[in-house]
Every structure is written in structure tokens, then in C-alpha cells.
Design a protein around this ligand. Structure first.
Ligand SMILES: *Cc1c(COP(=O)(O)O)cnc(C)c1O
Length: 378
């Protein structure tokens, strides 16, 4: 028996790391000076921001002055897509399985006179580089493809896709919100132009993120005002949140072995589920997937009901779907990978963190098997 809630929705958000929380509270009531002032207290705060910027940069092998703090992954994605300047070109390429922060920004760009191509993915969720070659034109200003998918965990061949974009005179942006810390990302090696990250998916605070902007990228300022973020994104800094993002990145750099712990838990869970529950498929690729993602489709199951019953059994899991005006629609990602009809309503996602234990996994597997059996017998 387990007598606490089990949190298996770490792709939605994560618990703030206790060490990080302890470190940042002083920025609310002790080191609260405005970093733009000139006295000693301000310099201390400015130094903390500088340190956070270099911690983020180090994790992805960027230069510090290429890291711009934003309010999160959504803002970073909007900035990259809406503000890129590439010789008045008006064609954008993205994929059918992007996060809504990209998809709805692209929809807005369409309404304001751009053409957008949404690339198909294969049954494991991969974008075939050949498909990008076929769709890119001399009028393509930017290609935006996520590093790894938030629903099914599939990891894209980013370096190769980026090369194709550059060969055709387009910029390349990637939403790495899910991938950061879980994969070794090297912005220089991959030659990326822009990359979005977010704090709350890596045990930092909500409402903080960053956009990596390579020096040569032409990007309009997002917010006009003071000189913060080199005048590109003005407004007094969210200091505590910025420091939380910096510390989260430092921890990821220092504790790479944590990812193996998470991967082992995940592999154990996937093997247990596939062996104990019939008529169940793992969505996404078996190998090229995020270490913390286990996503399935169960045949002849309505996963919205499954989620509710798991909730009653103290387990937090997620359906890869978005609520649209009160109704829950099927996931655009599951549609794009094209599962058989009997699986289409049965998709569910479990995402793990360093805080999960084998005991929690064992309990979850047994409850899941029990509930699926009950639902199928009804
Ligand atoms: C969570 C997420 C976002 C949004 O980030 P926020 O910081 O919540 O705005 C964007 N893209 C992906 C892939 C995500 O998982």
C-alpha cells in the first residue's frame, strides 16, 4: 500500500528542487535591490543574474551573451517565430507535432500573411530530413522543429535538419523545453540559430525561460523599455526565477548520472506495462526517446476515464491532449503518428523525475493493469 500521491506528470511541470528553493528566497526580501541601480546591493543582484546566465550557457555550450531570459518556453517560442528577420521572406516550416506554443504562433503568422508548412512525421514521430528538403524554398525564413516531443518523447535529428535549413538560407529554431538536461545539447556543434528553454520543466520556477540567440541571428526586440536583456526584452528582471533557472542548469550539468536513474525507472516501467497489459503499444520510438517518457495507447480504452480512475488511485498521469472550449480533443500528436482506430482514444503519458521511486512504479503498474482490465470487462 502507498499512502501518498504519486506524481508521474513531469512533462507538464516539475517539483521545484528544495536546494534551489532555499537558495532563491533571499532575492525576495534580503537581496531585493533592482539590479540596474549602481550601489553595492544592486551589483550583488546583477552578479547573481550574470552567474545564472553563464550557468544556462554552459549547459548548452553557448556564450553567456547569447542567452536572453524570458517568461518561459511559450514566450521564447513566440519571440523566435514572430520576430525573426530574414530578408522579408514569408514562409515558415514547422511540424505537425509541435507544442501549441509553436502551432498557435504559426497560426497567427498565417493570419498575418505568412505561409506555413506543417511537416508530416512517420509512425514513430520522426521528421524525415528528406521531407524538409522537399518543402523548403528560397522564400523560407525559418524552420522550427522541436528537439524532443512532449507527448511521445521522440528525439529529432536536429543537427541534420538545421543543416538543410542553412543550405537554403533559412534560420533554424528548436523548442528544446523537454530536451534540456535530458540530452547533451551543444548549440555550437548543431549550429542552431535559436533555442527555447523553460525553468519549470527542470525543477526551477514557473514563469521563467530563456531564448538562446546566436550572435548572427537577426531578431527584432520583443519588449521595448529599459536596457535589460541588452534592450531586446526590457523590464526589471524576475531575479529569483532567473537564479532558479541558473541553478537548475548547474545541477543538470553536475548530475548527468541522474538521467540514467530516470531512464532505468522508465525502462522498468515500460517493460512491466507491456508484459502485464495486453493490447497496448508504446507510442514514439523505443530508443530515440526522452529518458523520462513512457507513453502508450491502450486498445479499446477511453484514456480520459482511465486518467480519472488513476487519479482516484492517487496517481497523476496525463492524456496528451489539450482542452478546447471545455471539450477534450484527441491529441494532434497521436493523430499525426497515425495509430490504428482501436488505439486512438487510449493514449496516456507517464513522465518521471529524479524524485520517483521503484516502489511508486510497482504500485502504478499494478493499479494500471487492474483498472484497464476492469474497463475492458465493462
Ligand atoms: C511546457 C512546454 C512549453 C511551454 O513552456 P512554458 O514555460 O510553460 O511556457 C513549450 N514547449 C514544450 C515542448 C513544452 O513541453
Amino acid at each position: 500500500m502507498i499512502n501518498k500521491r504519486i506524481y508521474l506528470d513531469n512533462a507538464a511541470t516539475t517539483k521545484v528542487d528544495d536546494d534551489i528553493l532555499n537558495e532563491i528566497t533571499k532575492y525576495f526580501n534580503i537581496e531585493y535591490a533592482n539590479p540596474s541601480s549602481i550601489y553595492k546591493e544592486s551589483r550583488t543582484v546583477q552578479n547573481a543574474i550574470d552567474k545564472a546566465r553563464s550557468s544556462v550557457a554552459k549547459l548548452i555550450n553557448a556564450n553567456s551573451d547569447e542567452i536572453y531570459f524570458t517568461s518561459g518556453g511559450t514566450e521564447s517560442d513566440n519571440w523566435a517565430i514572430q520576430c525573426v528577420k530574414n530578408k522579408n521572406k514569408k514562409h515558415i516550416i514547422t511540424s505537425k507535432i509541435e507544442h501549441h506554443a509553436i502551432l498557435n504562433t504559426c497560426k497567427y503568422m498565417q493570419e498575418s500573411g505568412h505561409n506555413v508548412t506543417y511537416l508530416d512525421v512517420d509512425k514513430n514521430g520522426f521528421i524525415n530530413p528528406q521531407t524538409l528538403e522537399e518543402n523548403i524554398t528560397k522564400n523560407t525564413s525559418i524552420v522550427s522543429i522541436m528537439t524532443a516531443n512532449n507527448e511521445i518523447g521522440t528525439i529529432q535529428p536536429i543537427k541534420q535538419l538545421c543543416e538543410i535549413a542553412h543550405k537554403n538560407g533559412a534560420y533554424f529554431h528548436t523548442d528544446a523545453v523537454q530536451a534540456i538536461g535530458k540530452l547533451d545539447i551543444d548549440v555550437k556543434d548543431s549550429n542552431l540559430d535559436m533555442m527555447s528553454i523553460s525553468g519549470h520543466k527542470i525543477h526551477g520556477l514557473k514563469g521563467i525561460g530563456a531564448l538562446y540567440i546566436k550572435k548572427s541571428t537577426q531578431l527584432k526586440n520583443l519588449i521595448y523599455g529599459g536596457s535589460q536583456e541588452s534592450t531586446k526584452r526590457a523590464g526589471t528582471e524576475n531575479v529569483a526565477a532567473i537564479v532558479s533557472l541558473g541553478l537548475a542548469c548547474e545541477k543538470l550539468t553536475a548530475n548527468k548520472d541522474e538521467q540514467n536513474y530516470i531512464r532505468n525507472l522508465r525502462d522498468y516501467f515500460v517493460n512491466q506495462v507491456l508484459s502485464k497489459i495486453d493490447d497496448c503499444i508504446l507510442t514514439g520510438d523505443k530508443d530515440k526517446r526522452l529518458v523520462n517518457n513512457a507513453s502508450f495507447c491502450f486498445a479499446n480504452i477511453d484514456s480520459k476515464i482511465l486518467i480519472i480512475l488513476l487519479d482516484k488511485a492517487c496517481i497523476c498521469a496525463s492524456v496528451g491532449s489539450a482542452c478546447t472550449s471545455g471539450s477534450i480533443e484527441n491529441s494532434h500528436v497521436i493523430k499525426a503518428i497515425g495509430v490504428d482506430d482501436k488505439y486512438i482514444n487510449g493514449n496516456i503519458r507517464f513522465t518521471f523525475s529524479k524524485y520517483n521511486t521503484k516502489e511508486e512504479i510497482d504500485y502504478t503498474v499494478s493499479k494500471l493493469a487492474e483498472i484497464v482490465k476492469k474497463l475492458r470487462n465493462n
